[in-house]
Design a protein around this ligand. Structure first.
Ligand code: KDG
Ligand code: MG
Length: 405
C-alpha cells in the first residue's frame, strides 16, 4: 500500500524569536518539516495551515509533490499573497523532506545533484558610524567571509534599518503590542551612505564583495543617483532600492547605473518577478523558499532567471528559519545560476531548537549529506506558550507621512 500523510502539526514557537513550523508525518512514520514563518503575521499563516490546508493533506500520497502544490495553489480561488504562499511553501518543503528520507538521499541529490562544492554566502555588518562598522567588517573577514552586507547609521536619525546603535545583535521585529515608529529621511541617508560605503572599500581594498540593502525606501531617481554614486566602489549589489511592487521603477534605475541590482525578498510567485527577469531589469532575484511557494516554485523562478542571465540569491535573515535555510542551501548546491545565499545568522537557541546538518565552513555554506533537509526539532524548545506577538517597525517621514519601512 502506498504511504499517505497521516498527521499534520503546526508548531508556533519562540526559541528567542517567533517561528511557525509545519511537521507532516506519514503512516509509515516518515517526518517532513517545512517553515511557514511570516515575520509579524505568524498566527495568520498558522491558522491558514491548521484550519484550511491541514485537513486536505490527510490521506494524500506524500510523493505527489507537484500535484499537491497545484492543488493548494490552483484549487484555491484566492491565490497568491504571503500567507497562502508561505503555507504552500511549508507543505512543499515538508514533502521534499519526506521524499529525501524515503529515498535516503540529501535534497540536493533529488534536485539534480551537486553543481558546486560549496555555496557562497554573505554576512551582515553594521555600525552607527564608519569605525564601528569596520570592526564588524573585519570580524567577518577574519572568520573567512568574502562578501559582506554593510549598513550604517544616518546623522540626524535615531534609528536606521539594519543597524543597532550599541553594535550588538540587530533584530527588527520587536515583541511589542504595536509596531515601533521610526523616522526616515531619504535626503540625509543619501548624503551620508555613499561616503560610508566608499570608506569600507578603502579599508578592505578590492576582492571583498560589498552589498547594501536600501529596504525599498527611495524614489526611482534617488535610487538611480545612489547607484551612480556607488559605481566607483564596485558593489556586489544594491538591494531593494525602490518599493518592490513597481517593476518599471527598476527600469528607470537601470537606465542610469551599472551598479548591480537585487530585489525580491517580498515576492511570492514567479508572476511578481516575471517582468523584472524577462526584461533583465535586475541582476539577482532574492525570493525565499518560505515566502515564494517552496522548493518547487523557486526552481521555476530560478529556471526563468537562468534563461535571462539573472542569478539566484535567496533571502536569509533570522526570520527565515533553519528549515527554510536548509532548503535554500540544498537548492544552492544543485542550481547552476545560484550566486549566493544570505546568512544573517541566528541566536544560539535557534540553532538548538532546529539541529541541522547544514553548516558554515571556510566562509561558505555546506548542505550536509543527511537524507532530506537534514534538520530536526528539539521538541521542548517548540512550546506554544513561548510565542509572543512581534511587529516589524513602521516608518514616517519627518512631516509624519507614513512611508515604506
Ligand atoms: O522580516 C523582515 C526581514 O526579513 C528583512 O528586513 C530582512 O531585508 C532583509 C534582508 O535582506 O535580510
Ligand atoms: Mg533585504
Amino acid at each position: 500500500m502506498p504511504d499517505v500523510i497521516d498527521r499534520v502539526e503546526v508548531l508556533v514557537s519562540s526559541p528567542s524569536r517567533n517561528y511557525v513550523t509545519l511537521r507532516l508525518t506519514t503512516r509509515d512514520g516518515v517526518v517532513g518539516l517545512g517553515d511557514a514563518t511570516v515575520n509579524g503575521r505568524e498566527l495568520a499563516v498558522a491558522s491558514y495551515l491548521r484550519d484550511h490546508v491541514g485537513p486536505l493533506l490527510i490521506g494524500r500520497d506524500p510523493g505527489r509533490i507537484e500535484d499537491t502544490w497545484q492543488y493548494l495553489y490552483r484549487g484555491v480561488y484566492w491565490r497568491r499573497g504571503p500567507i497562502g504562499m508561505a503555507a504552500i511553501g511549508a507543505v512543499d518543503v515538508a514533502l521534499w523532506d519526506i521524499l529525501g528520507k524515503r529515498t535516503g538521499q540529501p535534497l540536493y541529490a533529488l534536485l539534480g545533484g551537486r553543481v558546486r562544492d560549496r555555496v557562497a554566502t554573505y554576512r551582515h555588518a553594521f555600525g552607527w558610524d564608519l569605525p564601528a562598522l569596520l570592526e564588524q567588517v573585519d570580524a567577518h573577514r577574519e572568520a573567512g567571509f568574502e562578501n559582506i552586507r554593510v549598513q550604517a547609521g544616518v546623522p540626524g536619525l535615531d534609528v536606521v534599518y539594519g543597524v543597532s546603535r550599541d553594535n550588538q545583535v540587530y533584530e527588527p521585529a520587536g515583541r511589542v503590542a504595536a509596531p515601533a515608529e521610526e523616522i526616515w529621511d531619504a535626503e540625509a541617508y543619501l548624503r551620508s551612505i555613499p561616503g560610508v560605503i566608499a570608506g569600507v572599500r578603502a579599508h578592505v581594498g578590492d576582492g571583498v564583495g560589498l552589498l547594501h540593502d536600501v529596504h525599498h525606501r527611495l524614489t526611482p531617481i534617488q535610487a538611480a543617483g545612489l547607484g551612480k554614486a556607488l559605481e566607483p566602489v564596485g558593489m556586489f549589489w544594491l538591494e531593494d532600492v525602490t518599493p518592490a511592487e513597481d517593476p518599471d521603477a527598476l527600469r528607470l534605475v537601470r537606465q542610469h547605473t551599472t551598479t548591480p541590482l537585487a530585489i525580491g525578498e517580498v515576492f511570492n510567485t514567479v508572476w511578481d518577478c516575471q517582468q523584472l527577469i524577462e526584461n533583465r531589469l535586475i541582476d539577482y532575484i532574492r525570493v525565499a523558499v518560505v515566502h515564494a511557494g517552496g522548493i518547487s516554485h523557486l526552481r521555476k523562478i530560478f529556471a526563468l532567471a537562468e534563461v535571462h542571465g539573472v542569478q539566484a540569491a535567496p533571502h536569509g535573515p533570522s526570520d527565515v528559519s533553519p528549515v527554510s535555510l536548509a532548503a535554500s542551501i540544498h537548492l544552492g548546491m544543485a542550481t547552476h545560476n545560484f550566486a549566493i545565499q544570505e546568512y544573517m545568522g541566528y541566536p544560539d537557541l535557534v540553532h538548538e531548537a532546529f539541529p541541522h546538518g547544514w553548516h558554515v565552513s571556510g566562509g561558505h555554506l555546506q548542505s550536509g549529506d543527511e537524507p532530506g533537509l537534514g534538520v530536526t526539532l528539539t521538541e521542548d524548545l517548540h512550546r506554544s506558550d513561548d510565542y509572543q506577538p512581534a511587529y516589524l517597525p513602521v516608518a514616517r517621514r519627518r512631516d509624519g507621512t507614513l512611508t515604506d519601512w
